[in-house]
Design a protein around this ligand. Structure first.
Ligand SMILES: Cc1ncc(COP(=O)(O)O)c(C=O)c1O
Length: 389
């Protein structure tokens, strides 16, 4: 293990504060290290391992595709790409009829904003305090969370900030220069913040009144994480459907892939060569997308998320130091009376991986969708032991 750590430290830029473990193998909710330790993974590698680590159906699909054809670009048609697009659209809210595949969340958001600007002929994008949208130039300029926007200086012009949950702050600036309003419907990195009921509906109304494109950044919330395929169209989201949804993270179970889902109206404004990417829609990624969606369906993971979420909430109710549990499904922010970082550390010592957030009192859980109640028991006991001793 030491040499793995030393090598990474020596040859890689130190861009992340890493946990002192070297991942070697994964199986469902378990991560095995090169030291032979076994960790309960309630973070899923940044919300990516939705189907769990190395889901057999996904691994088989990737292996078979790798033997068939690794890659060809969008200059040719491909059966595996056609199937992935059809499957994804079939699960999306009915008005979202077409998809554009890319490689990451930030790229999906860049393309979503570009489509909104192209189709409206307007420049400004409204995003929200506390939202995170990625680290490429336009996406980081749309990110009004902590220090991130500063890191992208000089920022791309054409960005306005509104207050998350405050519809009046949107109405004040949503004039005829605004192409899109983009939001994380549940702000994950900000500490798993949800707006008051009615906010998404009010945003939809402002967009409809003023000819503005509504974009949901569902990079974290989609592909089953909330117990629904998408936050868009769900009861918790007031049934509101945006004009564009962006996806990444769990979509390929770990094979890098992003996507924009769009309405017919947006699609009709996009012509050949308006958007592009070499790797987007590559065969390996497409095989992973279809297999990921199939695995979630076949294993009944959406139902599991709702059941196990309810159980976890119930168990956490009895932990004295827990002030509130924010979020939905398996995107949960546990707010403590005191700081979350020591809790994160103590859990790690007990071989449980969790995440922190930009709210110092909130611990984030983004576990695989196959997490079971027995594993929740392990987590809650370890949490309680951490407080007791
Ligand atoms: C809500 C949200 N949008 C966009 C991104 C950027 O995705 P990626 O890191 O794949 O570029 C992230 C990454 O954490 C995210 O959480």
């Amino acid at each position: 293990m030491k040499s793995v750590v030393q090598n990474e430290e020596q040859f890689q830029l130190a861009t992340y504060k890493k946990m002192p473990i070297a991942a070697e193998r994964g199986d469902g909710v378990w991560l095995y290290t090169s030291d032979g330790d076994k960790y309960l993974d309630l973070y899923g590698g940044h919300a990516v391992a939705g189907t769990g680590h190395c889901h057999p159906h996904v691994v088989k699909a990737i292996r078979e595709q790798a033997e068939q054809l690794l890659f060809y670009s969008n200059l040719v048609y491909s059966g595996v790409r056609a199937r992935a697009a059809e499957k994804l659209v079939s699960l999306a809210p009915a008005s979202l009829t077409k998809t554009f595949f890319c490689n990451s969340g930030t790229e999906a958001n860049e393309n979503a904003m570009r489509m909104a600007r192209m189709t409206t002929g307007r420049e400004q994008i409204i995003t929200f305090s506390g939202g995170f949208h990625g680290r490429t130039a336009d996406a980081i300029s749309a990110t009004f969370l902590g220090k991130y926007r500063e890191l992208g200086k000089p920022n791309v012009p054409g960005h306005l900030q509104a207050e998350f949950g405050d519809i009046e702050s949107v109405r004040r600036i949503a004039d005829e220069s605004v192409a899109a309003i983009m939001l994380e419907p549940i702000q994950s990195m900000a500490g798993v913040r949800m707006a008051e009921p009615g906010f998404c509906r009010a945003l939809r109304e402002v967009c409809d009144e003023r000819g503005i494109v509504l974009i949901y950044d569902e990079v974290q919330t989609a592909v089953g994480r909330t117990g629904e395929w998408f936050f868009a169209g769900s009861a918790e989201g007031d049934g509101v459907v945006p004009d564009v949804i962006t996806l990444a993270k769990a979509l390929g179970s770990g094979i890098p892939v992003g996507a924009c889902l769009v309405t017919d109206q947006i699609a009709s404004g996009i012509k050949e060569n308006d958007l592009g990417t070499t790797f987007g829609g590559g065969m390996l990624a497409m095989a992973a997308v279809t297999a990921t969606l199939e695995a979630i369906e076949a294993d009944g993971m959406l139902k599991n998320v709702k059941m196990v979420e309810a159980y976890l909430r119930e168990r956490l109710r009895k932990v004295e130091q827990v002030v509130a549990v924010h979020g939905l499904g398996f995107l949960l922010g546990i707010e403590f009376v005191d700081k979350a970082a020591p809790v994160h550390q103590k859990l790690l010592e007990r071989k449980i991986i969790t995440g922190t957030s930009s709210n110092p009192n909130v611990l984030r859980l983004l576990p695989p969708l196959c997490l079971q109640s027995a594993e929740v028991d392990l987590f809650v006991s370890a949490l309680q032991q951490g407080f007791d001793g």
